[in-house]
Design a protein around this ligand. Sequence first.
Ligand SMILES: Nc1ncnc2c1ncn2[C@@H]1O[C@H](COP(=O)(O)OP(=O)(O)OP(=O)(O)O)[C@@H](O)[C@H]1O
Length: 251
Amino acid sequence: MADVLLSAQKVSKRFGGIVASDVIDLDVEAGTLHAIIGPNGAGKTTLVAQLSGELRLDSGEISFAGRDMTRLAMHERAQAGLVRSFQITSVVPQLTACENVALAVQAHDGHSFRCWKPARSDASLRDPALACLNEVGLAAKADRLVGSLAHGEKRALEIAMVLATRPKMLLLDEPMAGMGPEDSARLVALLAKLKQRFTILLIEHDMDAVFALADRITVLVYGRVMLTGSPGDVRTDPKVREAYLGEGAGS
Ligand SMILES: Nc1ncnc2c1ncn2[C@@H]1O[C@H](COP(=O)(O)OP(=O)(O)OP(=O)(O)O)[C@@H](O)[C@H]1O
């Protein structure tokens, strides 16, 4: 087995009577795109929040690049290279795409978000921000206000902001949500390019995207891992077909 970059061991989380994560074991190998699929309420978002540090574990352990992350805060995990995609709600609509990415560069470099003004003119922020926008195909929109960007462009901007933090691994929670087929196809192409450089954990309901991109897939059902395997394993597993994909899906 290749090197494991991210490992979750016996991770659990309960919300009142609901067991959202039920003793989950997950190993993500370096250099792979690992997808997590499962029906609504299976615990996918909860698991990502636990991995990124937004949500405390009730029990279990998380290690990343050989370091114990279990008790580290979100920004400490991000500093180590484990970064969850920014939610569009954390993007400032009154600033341009470039200024928003510059803020992410600035935040990662340890400056305060309050000092955003120099980000407009400071080449040490603008140049890396433009490079990130270029990577996601948004260079031409660098000086557009975020509020005026189309939905697909905003999602690409979120990814540019992750890249600005110089991650080792990206945690992406439903990046295709709400997208039409053209934007989805564009994002699949972008992720196919990014997976050559980054390890990626992808939660996604779009099965075409998952089967096009994933090297490994973990199926969660009721907070438990039903199966981890190759796309072929998952596609043909009768339990998975019954529990989630439905007969004929994914084929
Ligand atoms: N903050 C919370 N408080 C109470 N219950 C929660 C909370 N967050 C999640 N849950 C519950 O935990 C379970 C898992 O939810 P989660 O959002 O992780 O599932 P999911 O697989 O991401 O679902 P979806 O595909 O619909 O996004 C659900 O039953 C949900 O209602």
